[in-house]
Design a protein around this ligand. Structure first.
Ligand SMILES: NC(=O)c1ccc[n+]([C@@H]2O[C@H](COP(=O)([O-])OP(=O)(O)OC[C@H]3O[C@@H](n4cnc5c(N)ncnc54)[C@H](O)[C@@H]3O)[C@@H](O)[C@H]2O)c1
Length: 388
């Protein structure tokens, strides 16, 4: 049976979700709701076959599921409203931006018995899955440190479709840092006990608050983590990760161990991301030719790196080919995988890979980080049961 999906909010994320759902067989976006005329106009232009609703009473009927793509501070009210109507919900990250929101969402989920998944696509990035597998198999030994970079120059994008990042409490550590706080939690399988964070506001003065945050995380396993969030630095997007273990370590895509030094690559750029070929939005350039043009150079660069590495095998030469040169963040593919997981979870009656409970723990750690950056002190992260 086809899943009839409604999208709430049709800015950058809403438009992207229309494409992601089109790439997942058995899903059909049938309605869009946006609180602003410009959002509805975008929907009428981009997805003309979909009903663009200005009024929620027209939006809710005849749907099986919704995707919540509205500003962070509004997620909780829409998630609760959808669950109360018996709909399954895919919510954009962060699940919500407040303790009060967490309480409302988790209570509504417990009452509804419907699927509620959170789109933390970092868990679906192919490289990250390979890393998770390596950590789970014990290849790294005792994990003492890990870090993730949310470096994304938003100076042209932040206010492109709406002003909520200016007015709606879009604190970077919650809004953007949640990606890597969540990923590092997932990698370790351990809870964050304490966060110590510091922020500044130098690179992007038009942003309403600090645009750069460094957060140090203390996990209950003893592992230390670091997340860097930068929304205004003049540098290309970077989502690199590092994990240091007693037996082996990972830097971006390279596995190092003590015996061999360079011990291999975990992933290579996917030249043809087949699932994206179904994307009807030509502006995304997911057609065959555009994909080949875009992905082949990255793939070739990765291969060249692997081959040149052989020349650098001499002892003492490892610095010559240490840093893998390709950014392996296959964003749209990861998002489609997350949407597919949501649809499959509904069909099979199983839990999605990123549950509300998981996403809620991430929100708690991010909120502690915000408090820490404002007070200058380390802040303990409450356990979920304690916070509710
Ligand atoms: N997973 C990711 O990588 C990713 C990327 C971007 C955004 N997001 C998340 O997606 C959500 C939306 O972000 P965005 O970048 O699309 O924002 P945006 O500014 O591009 O668009 C927001 C849209 O929501 C509409 N809107 C505003 N208030 C509303 C309300 N109360 N009810 C309904 N619609 C409303 C606006 O008119 C606009 O169309 C946020 O939660 C954000 O954190 C996630």
């Amino acid at each position: 049976m086809t899943l009839r999906v409604g999208i709430l909010g049709f800015g950058g994320a809403g438009q992207a979700h229309a494409s992601y759902f089109a790439c997942v067989p058995g899903c059909r976006v049938t309605k869009v709701f946006d609180a602003k005329p410009a959002g509805l106009a975008r929907a009428a232009e981009l997805v003309p076959a979909v009903a663009a609703c200005a009024d929620l009473e027209r939006f809710w009927p005849e749907l099986d599921a919704v995707s919540v793509c509205t500003p962070d501070a509004t997620h909780a009210e829409y998630v609760v409203a959808a669950l109360e109507r018996g709909l399954h919900v895919l919510c954009e990250k962060p699940l919500t931006d407040s303790l009060d929101g967490l309480r409302k969402v988790l209570a509504a989920e417990a009452r509804a018995g419907r699927t509620l998944a959170v789109l933390h696509q970092m868990r679906f990035v192919l490289l990250h899955r390979a890393i998770k597998q390596a950590v789970g198999a014990g290849r790294l030994g005792a994990l003492s440190y890990l870090e993730g970079y949310y470096v994304h120059d938003l100076t042209r994008r932040a206010f492109e479709y709406d002003s909520w990042r200016r007015e709606g409490n879009a604190t970077p550590l919650v809004y953007a840092g949640c990606h890597f706080v969540d990923l590092l939690r997932w990698f370790t399988g351990s809870e964050i006990d304490e966060v110590w964070a510091a922020s500044n506001h130098l690179a992007y003065p038009e942003y309403p608050e600090a645009d750069l945050t460094v957060a140090t995380l203390r996990f209950s396993s003893g592992t230390l983590g670091k997340v860097l969030v930068s929304l205004g630095s003049a540098v290309p997007q970077d989502h690199a990760v590092r994990l240091y273990g007693s037996l082996a370590s990972i830097e971006n895509n390279v596995l190092f161990d003590r015996e061999r030094g360079w011990a291999g690559l975990l992933h290579e750029p996917v030249i043809l991301q087949r699932k994206l070929l179904r994307d009807p939005n030509r502006a995304n350039r997911h057609d065959l030719l555009s994909q080949l043009r875009r992905n082949l150079p990255a793939w070739a660069l990765g291969k060249a790196f692997g081959a040149l590495r052989l020349l650098a095998r001499r002892p003492g030469a490892e610095y010559g080919a240490r840093y893998y040169p390709v950014r392996l963040y296959e964003h749209a593919l990861a998002c489609v995988e997350a949407v597919e997981d949501f649809a499959t979870a509904i069909r099979e009656g199983r839990r999605p890979q990123c549950t509300a409970e998981e996403a809620a723990k991430t929100v708690l750690a991010c909120l502690a980080g915000v408090e820490s950056s404002r007070t200058g002190r380390p802040v303990r992260v409450p356990r979920l049961a304690e916070a509710l």
